[in-house]
Design a protein around this ligand. Structure first.
Ligand SMILES: NC(=O)c1ccc[n+]([C@@H]2O[C@H](COP(=O)([O-])OP(=O)(O)OC[C@H]3O[C@@H](n4cnc5c(N)ncnc54)[C@H](O)[C@@H]3O)[C@@H](O)[C@H]2O)c1
Length: 287
């Protein structure tokens, strides 16, 4: 383990699809992680989920197979943060929830502690309004799962400070991640494009023009995408896709982002994609 890794003590708030995957990446790279979720059941399952994902990532060679892993602790609380050097917020994509959570986190940590939001679409400056020290907040949009996809979108808000950017760069180096730094705005770069594409693909299926398998086959076969838009939506989680589209629609007024009816129907029916075993496609196992 390098000095750079031992210098970090990370808290991840939100132990869903992304929180557990980010915790996996960090412990797999030797960083100690304190993983918390407001839902005691989610917090209770988080340790096993991280262990399973870690085994998978090590088997696939995307995380080191040998060498020490970081210690993982899990907890059903958000405010009782131990002394940490950085906190990654990865709670549900809802502005009210994120604002409340970030305000609690910011009140609980020492000034200068790096605060990261893994929001998919909410402008970082909007969230910065909720924290005691807006200069400490940086957006890092991790991909799913981050231990397989090494590049992240880093969002520097207008009030993000140089020290926070330097701390984020150092943390990403310890996680062996590559970063592309972009400006702030709804959906940043990836989701401004991707969420609209997913919504349009779902609309095409809704109109009966093509099946989900045909849509995805075209994107893979003709455009060389590794995964089509609807399999990507299932991987993200359709509830999260609908939340991100709402965030984009509310902030841009652009109807292309209004979540289409068939997507909302799937969310209402609990067909949330891979994590639920069914979405646009059927899925065998859930992690
Ligand atoms: N799913 C993806 O592919 C993906 C990719 C990149 C970014 N994101 C973003 O990551 C964030 C989390 O998404 P997810 O897919 O993991 O969602 P998820 O629904 O799987 O998990 C969210 C978790 O947050 C917890 N939570 C809610 N309020 C909380 C609070 N106040 N304190 C602590 N925990 C709380 C919930 O109990 C839940 O376990 C969202 O902002 C999402 O947009 C998701």
């Amino acid at each position: 383990m390098t000095n750079s890794q031992t210098a970090h003590r990370l808290a991840v708030v939100g132990a869903g699809v992304m929180g557990t995957a980010i915790a996996t990446l960090a412990v797999g790279r030797g960083l100690p992680v304190h993983l918390v979720d407001i839902d005691a059941e989610k917090a209770g399952r988080a340790g096993e989920s991280v262990r399973q994902q870690l085994r998978l990532a090590q088997l696939m060679g995307s995380l080191p197979r040998t060498g020490p892993t970081g210690e993982l602790t899990t907890e059903g609380s958000t405010v009782d943060l131990p002394s940490v050097t950085a906190v990654i917020e990865s709670v549900t994509e809802n502005a009210e929830t994120k604002v409340k959570t970030l305000a609690e986190i910011s009140a609980a940590v020492a000034p200068g502690t790096l605060l990261v939001s893994n929001t998919s679409a909410i402008p970082i400056d909007e969230l910065a309004g909720a924290v005691a020290r807006p200069a400490d907040l940086v957006g890092i949009h991790f991909m799913n799962p981050p231990y397989l996809i090494r590049t992240v979108e880093v969002i520097r808000g207008p009030r993000t400070g140089d020290a926070a950017m330097a701390a984020a760069t150092e943390l990403l180096a310890a996680l062996d991640m590559a970063a592309v730094v972009v400006g702030d705005g709804p959906g940043f770069v990836i989701n401004r494009v991707l969420q609209r594409m997913i919504n349009e693909a779902a609309r095409i299926v809704e109109e009966g023009l093509a099946t989900p398998a045909q849509v995805d086959e075209l994107f893979r076969g003709c455009l060389g995408h590794q995964t089509g838009p609807l399999a990507t939506a299932d991987l993200i989680g359709l509830d999260n896709v609908a939340d991100s589209l709402r965030v984009l629609h509310e902030r841009t007024g652009d109807d292309g982002y209004r979540p289409c009816e068939s997507l909302l129907a799937k969310v209402a029916a609990g067909e949330h994609g891979r994590k639920a075993g069914r979405g646009f496609f059927e899925h065998g196992s859930t992690l």
